[in-house]
Write a protein that binds this ligand. Structure first.
Ligand code: CP
Length: 317
């Protein structure tokens, strides 16, 4: 595997999940695979789970790991070509990428959407420069438009907990005080559309995701109706995608918060969220602390999704 950016990069999902669950049974079985191989993890944005789980996954495989917080411990990087660099950015990505690539074997990149220019965000300018100029396998640790390691961990978690062959999975938008990217819901939708599930998205009018991510999902504007009979509720906030509202918060209605009344409409559904989560905005204390909340095993599976991807990349070196 040379890149891991989207669902197509992982191949058949049933095989990927099977491989992940084998790794989970004995995560140190391949501890010599990464001997003398180095992972470079680059963060243009903050992280808790991605940073720790990916580093742990690499260590399980015997890799060396370097972590760089771009724009904090290193020179600030210019990402656009043609810019007169007379500001606070001391180095250009076009020099920094080959330099960094010379020190490592695999590169992970986190670079969020700026949420002011839809075209720029959806062109994945930063990630595509790493793919073009590093000459190394590159994986996304959440890009402007997708978060595939999260979606893979979500799928593993659903496979582990499902009690029906084809469970009903609902992605409800939920309120948040700040504008968040669409990367997590985009990827979740992309992976659920490819998985053997009945998939619904529910959100207020104006929060439609890009059509290529909505795919064949049913969109239901009545949140309560969407919850009926659900087996998994995967709550998430995102900012508006459509038209001039791109990147904006256009609704903060807390009637969309996931609470026990709404969970009662489901078929005793499991509650999921990628974390970090704002309690009593996205979900009430009662729901996230309930025995049907699986946010912690979901986060724990980030180690397994990352290890599966790193294993495949090491095997392709
Ligand atoms: N879910 C997730 O990616 O968490 P972090 O932002 O903490 O890495």
């Amino acid at each position: 595997m040379k890149t891991f950016l989207k669902v197509d990069d992982i191949g058949p999902l049933d095989l990927a999940v099977k491989e992940a669950l084998e790794i989970k049974k004995d995560r140190f079985a391949l501890e010599s695979l990464g001997k003398n191989k180095t992972l470079l993890m680059l963060f243009f944005n903050s992280s808790l789970r991605t940073r720790l789980s990916t580093q742990k996954a690499a260590m399980n495989l015997g890799m060396n790991v370097m972590v760089l917080d771009v724009n904090q411990g290193a020179w600030k990087l210019e990402t656009e070509r043609g810019v007169v660099m007379d500001g606070d950015k001391a180095e250009h990505l076009l020099e920094a990428i080959p330099v960094m690539a010379s020190y490592c074997d695999i590169i992970g990149v986190r670079s969020f959407a700026g949420l002011t220019d839809k075209e720029a965000d959806y062109s994945e300018n930063v990630l595509s420069q790493f793919i073009e100029h590093s000459g190394k396998p590159v994986f996304s640790m959440e890009s402007a438009t997708r978060h595939p390691l999260q979606a893979f961990a979500d799928l593993i978690t659903i496979e582990e907990h499902k009690t029906k062959q084809r469970p009903k999975v609902v992605l409800p938008w939920a309120p948040h005080p700040k504008a968040l990217p669409q990367a997590v819901p985009n990827s979740f939708a992309e992976w659920m559309n490819a998985a053997n599930v009945e998939f619904l998205i529910t959100h207020p009018h104006g929060y439609e995701l890009a059509p290529e991510f909505v795919g064949n999902a049913r969109v239901e504007y009545d949140q309560r109706k969407a919850f009926e009979g659900a087996d998994f509720i995967y709550a998430k906030n995102w900012s508006a995608y459509a038209g001039d509202n791109y990147g904006k918060v256009i609704c903060t209605d807390r009637d969309w918060t996931v609470d026990t009344d709404k969970m009662a409409l489901t078929d005793n559904a499991f509650f999921m969220h990628c974390l970090p989560v704002r309690r009593n905005m996205i979900v009430t204390d009662d729901v996230i602390e309930s025995e049907r909340s699986i946010v912690i095993p979901e986060a724990a599976n980030r180690e397994i999704s990352a290890q599966t991807v790193l294993k495949r990349m090491l095997e392709s070196l």
